[in-house]
Design a protein. Structure first.
Lengths: 270, 329
């Protein structure tokens, strides 16, 4: 077949080979390792109380953190796109910091701030709230690393939105609240879900920033990635592989569901 | 409903967008704001809509004698059609048109079925029956334009404001829609103000043309008046083709190509005519255009009918005599 755009064969071949090498082979190796253990043991490992508690914390905190990031990210993106003010570029640059900062540094910093004797932690402690070494700390760390994804996904879409649709709604008698709920938000929903998904996926796999602030108490503040590492440290490679495989399957299922939801809400594909 | 604009000033930072602009738009008229880009015409339209507010001072906007200067866009009762339509992409055509009705306060919001009826009525009015369930991205430019118009009309506006209504359409659709809008306006009789930079559009469509330049109104009048009695060289040059003939160092004569009389060089009378040589001849269509070179080297465009051209049997390189008259200014 003749194509106008050249290079399809070469680039497609490269894409398949690269994805195979970088993504697929390690995942297959993981499943092969996990398959070395019988079904019975699989079930036993995955339903053990410690794994279940860690899974609940990982997925729950990630979901909540991504949800909060979506709301705050929406606000921050709005301010950065819509208003001109001194220091805007500086703020805009700051959004990327969680991307660039080594996660361990972020974790240690957050721990220092939120520990019962830290800057923020001591005020929280006065009200009987303990952030560090608690699930709340895990949530805080995951919010920190997920937030830039939402901002960066929303920004270009907001820039494209233009002021005209808002003005059109205003001339038709819509108040500010109506304009936001019925015009602006629905137009941003597809991008917002993408941002949420990225933040959520990133949070599920996060390790570095959480291990410091969580305190890693089994059954209480232990996350799945940490549990996997601790299995490896005890040379239980099989168990580590099984937990990892289980985590992968659940993550994939969740991301798939979100994708379906997005298709339904995306007005461009209806 | 008439629109009265009194001594409006508008500045954006140090940029003067409007300087002491006053204008009367009679009830039921179709008025064009015509001018080059940056002349302030869109700013004026937006101030009438309440999307922009005039600078503090004596400036006022009145609808049918009532001062609406401080009333925000949503309460002013204007239908506004944006240059790029600004349709709500996530809504169907029907939802777009009904939007203004669904945002009314609960006390005077029509029932769902009534809104549906009104939407279908408006779709029929703009000749888009059956497209209710479509989405804006499935429509052509001309159809989107009419959806935007229907949406603006749904709230029963007191005046209709259109910003470059045909700016984003291609030539054929533009022409059809222009004719349609004229008939449409005559049917519904709503006071309409539209912005354009296209002189042909303004002259063909409007009852009243307002020529703007550099934040001020240059001339107001019927298309005929504006075309036949331009009050300044700017209006002369902006409306229709015109020749600028330098008489001496600081005075020019303006004359339209069709106003120039052509006769044989043999009949030349130095007292009333100028000798010229035909450089180029374009005669596809009912009107022939000659590009001629005057004896002093200036180029002019001359229009004459095909019949005249055939009678005179002119060709490129021929010498002719032109009567330029003594048209002012």
């Amino acid at each position: 077949m003749k194509r106008v755009l050249p290079g399809f064969g070469l680039t497609m071949g490269f894409t398949v080979a690269y994805l195979g090498l970088v993504v697929l082979i390690p995942l297959v190796a993981l499943f092969i390792k996990a398959a070395g253990i019988g079904w019975h043991e699989w079930l036993e490992i995955l339903t053990s109380p410690r794994v279940l508690a860690a899974a609940k914390l990982t997925f729950g905190a990630s979901f909540c953190a991504a949800l909060l990031s979506s709301v705050t990210g929406l606000l921050v993106a709005w301010v950065l796109v819509r208003y001109e003010f001194p220091g805007r570029r500086f703020l805009d640059g700051m959004v990327d910091l969680p991307f660039a900062l080594p996660t361990a540094v972020a974790g240690i910093t957050l721990t220092a701030i939120y520990a019962p004797n830290g800057w923020i932690g001591e005020h929280l402690a006065k009200h009987g709230i303990q952030a560090a070494y608690n699930p709340l700390g895990v949530f805080i760390a995951l919010t920190f690393i997920g937030f830039p994804f939402v901002v960066r996904t929303l920004q270009p879409v907001m820039e494209d939105l233009g002021k005209e649709v808002e003005e059109a709604a205003a001339t038709l008698g819509a108040g500010r609240w109506t304009v936001f709920w019925r015009v602006i938000l629905p137009m941003l929903v597809p991008a917002l879900i993408t941002g949420f998904t990225l933040a959520f996926a990133r949070a599920i796999g996060e390790y570095g920033s959480v291990v410091f602030i969580s305190g890693n108490l089994p059954m209480k503040t232990e996350i799945l990635p940490l549990l996997i590492v601790s299995q490896l440290e005890q040379f239980k490679y099989g168990a580590a592989a099984v937990i990892a495989a289980g985590m992968l399957i659940v993550s994939f299922a969740l991301l798939f569901l979100i994708n379906l939801l997005q298709r339904r809400l995306d007005w461009q594909h209806r | 409903m008439s629109i009265t604009i009194r001594s409006i000033h508008k500045t954006f930072g140090s940029y003067k967008a409007l300087e002491d602009v006053s204008l009367d738009v009679p009830d039921g008229s179709l008025t064009a704001l015509l001018g080059p880009s940056g002349s302030g015409k869109t700013t004026l339209l937006r101030i009438v809509a309440g999307l922009e507010f005039a600078d503090d001072g004596p400036g006022k906007v009145l609808f049918h004698g009532e001062d609406v200067s401080g009333v925000p866009a949503g309460k002013r009762g204007v239908g506004f059609v944006f240059q790029h339509y600004a349709l709500f992409k996530h809504m169907t055509v029907g939802e777009n048109i009904g939007f203004g009705l669904t945002t009314l306060p609960r006390s005077n919001r029509p029932k769902k079925a009534e809104i549906g009826d009104r939407v279908r009525e408006l779709l029929k009015l703009v000749k888009l029956e059956g497209l209710e369930k479509r989405r804006p991205h499935e429509l052509s430019g001309g159809q989107r334009q009419r959806v935007a118009l229907a949406r603006a009309l749904a709230i029963k506006p007191k005046v209709l404001l259109l910003d470059e209504p045909f700016g984003a359409l291609d030539a054929q659709v533009r022409k059809d829609l222009r004719r349609w809008l004229r008939i449409f306006h005559d049917e519904i009789g709503l006071t309409t103000l539209f912005v354009t930079h296209d002189q042909e559009e303004a002259l063909e469509l409007a009852d009243q043309v307002v020529v703007m330049r550099n934040a001020r109104i240059e001339q107001v009048g019927s298309p005929q008046e504006i075309y036949d009695q331009p009050r300044s060289p700017f209006v002369y040059e902006f409306l229709g083709n015109v020749n600028k003939v330098a008489l001496n160092e600081d005075s020019n004569q303006y004359i339209r190509p069709h106003e120039i009389e052509v006769c044989f060089a043999a009949e030349h009378d130095p007292a009333s005519g100028r000798l010229a040589k035909i450089q180029h001849l374009f005669s596809a269509g009912p009107v022939a255009t000659l590009t001629v070179r005057l004896d002093d080297g200036q180029f002019l465009d001359v229009e004459l009918s095909r019949k005249q051209l055939d009678d005179l049997a002119l060709d490129v390189g021929d010498e002719i005599s032109l009567k330029l008259g003594s048209a002012a200014p």
